[in-house]
Design a protein around this ligand. Structure first.
Ligand SMILES: Nc1ncnc2c1ncn2[C@@H]1O[C@H](COP(=O)(O)OP(=O)(O)OP(=O)(O)O)[C@@H](O)[C@H]1O
Ligand SMILES: [Mg+2]
Length: 494
């Protein structure tokens, strides 16, 4: 079951991760996927066992008096009806509680996570977070109380119905004895059979209820598993002469204004192309569209003569190495952090060293206690942590190691010191050796040597050209460039 769930969570398109409903489902199946199928099995076994006992005891009762059987059989009916209702209540309660329970888990992570611990302490947030947690928790307890009351009421109704039927059966038995239809000895035997049958009927309805209730959760699980795409055969790396986005638009779900709005850009083989623009202008989103992580709402990304949608699924991912602004710090050793750039290939130590040299990882790796074998986390024994800029160099090494025809670096120099930044970009062309790079940066020193610079503004391309052309145009780029440049100059030369 875990394999099936992970097939879905890792196989579905990235846009699912923008959808709270997806997380709700994932949370529910994480819990029910592991317990409910088992409950169906045990429910079926219990129901079968009870059904067999019922048949045996029923036959016995019929030999005493055929009237007794239909009476008892009705005893199961109220239970069956109310237990179905109980199951529906249980499922609905579960669905409505999924999001609050995720919120509770999230607040718990804020108070227990390593990454969060320093900020939570520095801001003395603990009291505030605890109050939030307690509020969510007490709301849950209130809801749970209401839910249990409703469930108990239903259960009392069902059980009372069954008790009444049992009482009527016993009365019928007494009536038969007084009417002389049964001897005391036979009536005693019948009494035992009636009691046993009644409890077997309870077992039968209990089993049926377990199957019914689990069935509701398994329907939910099945809907989730149906999201699984066909397992894709690994797409081949596709070299290109030119990648072009043509009038590409994309809006995040629930947002009215598009994040990327009719953008056309071009990246030729061997070029270094830069994207600049203010916060929120759509640079990272465009990078995801070009890397094939989101399908555009309009327009298309063309690899030479083919739009991405006509190439084998996964071609863009296989052919790009992208390091995001918020890249992942893998709690694994240095070598693995780089080697995950090519996760399906045997580790190539030469390649690792080359990527480490080009990204500046080589500068600090020898000082780590176990060099490339050093575990990068403090959460496990023998681990070690890196500085922000060292992590960034490691992420860049992962991108270089991937050996893809297009490298996308989103804010690669944000945490780099000036020397590391200078080294990285002065050697970028020789590092990528005829491959292409799309670099997103707010540091104009990083982008000024690009072959072409696109300036994004509110999701649109406002200007494009080389540094010199853009300076001559004297538009947004020139303004932002001068703003940054003057901050570095002595006052009298401004
Ligand atoms: N996951 C998301 N869901 C909804 N809106 C988003 C999401 N990610 C980004 N946005 C919105 O899309 C727009 C473009 O965001 P994007 O991350 O592409 O900007 P950016 O140019 O990379 O900015 P920055 O310089 O701050 O990195 C912004 O208005 C942002 O608020
Ligand atoms: Mg960004």
């Amino acid at each position: 079951m875990w394999h099936s769930i992970l097939d879905v969570s890792t196989g579905v398109g990235l846009w699912n991760y923008e959808d709270p409903g997806f997380f709700d489902r994932l949370e529910r199946v994480r819990v029910s996927g592991l317990t409910r199928p088992f409950q169906v099995t045990s429910g079926v076994i219990a129901a079968l066992g009870s059904a067999l006992s019922c048949i045996g005891l029923g036959l016995t009762l019929v030999t005493f008096n055929p009237l007794l059987l239909p009476l008892l059989a009705f005893g199961g009916l109220p239970l069956l009806l109310t237990s179905r209702q109980e199951s529906r209540l249980e499922f609905r309660f579960n669905v409505t509680q999924t999001q609050p329970s995720r919120l509770r888990a999230y607040l718990a992570i804020l108070m227990t996570g390593r990454d969060e611990a320093k900020e939570v302490r520095a801001f003395d947030m603990v009291g505030n977070l605890r109050r939030r947690f307690d509020a969510v928790y007490s709301r849950y307890l209130d809801d749970l109380r209401g839910h249990l009351k409703r469930r108990t009421a239903l259960s009392v109704i069902g059980q009372s119905g069954a008790a009444i039927v049992l009482g009527l059966t016993l009365l019928a038995l007494a009536w038969m004895v007084t009417g002389g239809g049964l001897t005391i000895a036979t009536a005693g035997a019948a009494l035992v059979a009636v009691r046993m049958l009644a409890s077997q009927i309870q077992g039968l309805t209990g089993g049926v209820q377990a199957v019914f209730e689990s069935g509701l959760f398994i329907d939910d699980l099945q809907d989730f598993l149906a999201l699984a795409p066909e397992p894709a055969t690994a797409a081949a790396v596709r070299p290109f002469e030119q990648i072009e986005s043509r009038q590409v638009s994309f809006s995040y779900p629930g947002r009215r204004t598009p994040a990327v709005d009719g953008v056309s850009i071009r990246i030729r083989r061997g070029e270094v192309v830069a994207l600049v623009g203010e916060n929120g202008s759509g640079k990272s989103t465009l990078a995801k569209l070009i890397a094939g992580l989101y399908p555009p709402d309009q327009g298309a990304v063309w690899w030479d003569d083919s739009p991405l949608s006509e190439l084998p699924e996964g071609t863009a991912r296989a052919s790009t190495a992208v390091i995001f602004q918020d890249f992942v710090h893998y709690a694994m050793d240095v070598r693995t952090n780089i080697a995950l750039g090519q996760p399906e290939q045997p580790v190539n130590d030469d390649g690792i060293r080359r990527a480490a040299a080009a990204s500046g990882v080589a500068d600090f790796v020898d000082e780590l206690p176990q060099g490339y074998e050093t575990m990068l986390t403090r959460m496990f024994d023998g681990g070690h942590d890196l500085s922000g800029g060292q992590w960034q160099r490691l992420a860049i090494a992962r991108a270089f190691y991937r050996d893809a025809p297009l490298v996308i670096l989103d804010e690669p120099s944000a945490a780099l010191d000036p020397r590391a930044e200078y080294d990285l970009f002065s050697s970028l062309r020789s590092t990528i050796e005829g491959r292409s790079a799309l670099v997103i940066s707010h540091r104009f020193s990083t982008v000024r040597n690009a072959d072409r610079i696109y300036v994004l503004d509110s999701g649109r391309v406002a200007e494009s050209g080389t540094h010199d052309e853009l300076m001559a145009t004297d538009g947004i780029y020139a303004e932002l460039f001068r703003l940054q440049a003057t901050a570095y100059l002595p006052d009298e030369s401004r």
